[in-house]
Design a binder for this molecule. Structure first.
Ligand SMILES: Cc1cc2nc3c(=O)[nH]c(=O)nc-3n(C[C@H](O)[C@H](O)[C@H](O)COP(=O)(O)O)c2cc1C
Length: 410
């Protein structure tokens, strides 16, 4: 994976090459559609399915240049959403037991396979029937590769982490527990799901109780449906995704309690207020952002001298004093909207892998939710000059993901 870090790193030359004209009318479709003849539940039709709906739903609809522009309960690099979500439901009162596709685009939960004594359990490492839900999160690389080329591999896994975080947030709201399943052959699951090399499983989560009844494999795979209206897959990205591991380690837990409105209102902040955060808010924020859970750490760059000294903090200790707003803007590809943020957090890791990127995505999703609850302005940032930022911080650790936090401009 170290070569992948190098190959997917951004440098000024690569960015200059990539920043050519992009024809948005050629954007691949963002939502997978299973055929109309399949049985489906509309969002809102069954209260017990709310936990699934909140995990992935459109929460804002506008148009840009006559094209619909939808934003979801999950953020996504460039709002491209290279993720699909499936859920097996067994034994939920009033709901047909089966494997469903969560079609956020149409606000429908579509039955793609009925289950009885068979089920996805054997494909995800379970030998007994699970009463409850098994979520399968997949990645559709072309949706992101179309715009971001090789860098898209990172965004696919960070987005995957956000999707896992969004499921975790919805389960937490509904007082349910989430377990990560990873002890199975992902190629068999990809084949069963009918993905045919355009889509790949990246995380599997369960919520429910294992019974004592055995479960059989299916006689037939799920039908193949293309996740995009067309694709021109780049061999490197798709090969690296095909070879990568899925989420296998524990993820950071969301520590705040939240409401449904917090999930529905989550947005990335586009403008920060130049007045900045109050002292209290800044102090609570620094505690929230402080993560040191080997092998993941976070560096916080405090951009202004308002209530604490500006500079780089690790473990809540100032390790380098200075006003670094202009440096950070440059290191983040001239994203000048961060100028009035209070803190830029850089999440780093001793190792670089798909698993670590997904973990970082979950962590930042939790930050998004905490920011919504505590009323901070917040945005995930995946575009940065990797090597330059490493040398600016004086570290060899890999940089996984960045966040900007401050007071949102009203
Ligand atoms: C992995 C990832 C990387 C992102 N990188 C950036 C970035 O570099 N700059 C930025 O302004 N926003 C970034 N965003 C925020 C997205 O632009 C935002 O999620 C998207 O436009 C959808 O808007 P929403 O989050 O309000 O739903 C990123 C989001 C994710 C999930």
């Amino acid at each position: 994976m170290i070569e992948i870090y190098e190959d997917t790193s951004l440098t000024p030359i690569k960015v200059a090459k990539m920043s050519g004209y992009l024809d948005w009318s050629s954007q691949p479709s963002m939502f997978k559609r299973y055929p109309h003849f399949l049985f489906r539940y509309k969002y809102g039709e069954k209260e017990v399915l709310r936990v699934v709906e909140l995990s992935r739903m459109i929460t804002s609809r506008t148009t840009i240049g006559a094209k619909p522009y939808n934003q979801l309960s999950v953020p996504s690099a460039g709002n491209l959403h290279p993720i699909e979500l499936y859920v097996q439901i067994r034994g939920l009162k009033g709901v047909l037991s089966g494997l469903y596709h969560v079609d956020a685009g149409e606000s429908e939960i579509v039955l793609i396979r009925e289950i009885a004594s068979d089920g996805v359990e054997p494909y995800v490492g379970l030998s007994k029937r699970l009463s409850g839900m098994i979520f399968i999160v997949s990645v559709v690389p072309f949706r992101s590769q179309w715009k971001y080329g090789e860098r898209s591999l990172r965004y696919c896994y960070l987005d995957m982490g956000h999707q896992v975080g969004a499921i975790g947030a919805s389960l937490k709201l509904h007082e349910r527990h989430m377990t990560i399943l990873s002890d199975f052959d992902q190629t068999v699951l990809n084949e069963f799901m009918g993905f045919k090399g355009e889509e790949f499983v990246g995380a599997v989560l369960s919520c429910g109780e294992l019974g004592d009844k055995n479960v059989k494999t299916f006689k037939q795979n799920v039908m193949h449906v293309s996740p995009t209206d067309y694709s021109e897959l780049d061999g490197t990205v798709v090969n690296n995704i095909a070879k990568s591991e899925i989420l296998k380690s524990d993820v950071f837990q969301l520590s705040c309690s939240l409401s449904e409105t917090d999930i529905l209102n989550r947005r990335s902040t586009r403008f920060f207020d130049s007045d900045g955060l109050s002292k209290n808010k800044l102090e609570s924020l620094m505690k929230l952002l402080h993560i040191h859970s080997y092998p993941i750490s976070s560096y916080s760059v405090v951009l202004r001298d308002n209530h604490m000294k500006a500079g780089i903090y690790l473990d809540n200790k100032l390790i380098k004093e200075g006003m670094f707003a202009e440096n950070m803007i440059g290191l983040l590809l001239d994203q000048s909207f961060i100028k009035y943020a209070d803190v830029i957090t850089v999440i780093t890791s001793k190792y670089f892998s798909a698993n670590k990127l997904i973990q970082a995505g979950v962590l930042v999703h939790n930050f998004y939710m905490e920011a919504e609850v505590a009323k901070y302005g917040f945005s995930g940032i995946g575009a940065f000059y990797d090597k330059k930022l490493q040398s600016f911080l004086g570290i060899d650790d890999y940089i996984l993901y960045i966040s900007a936090v401050g007071e949102e401009k009203k």
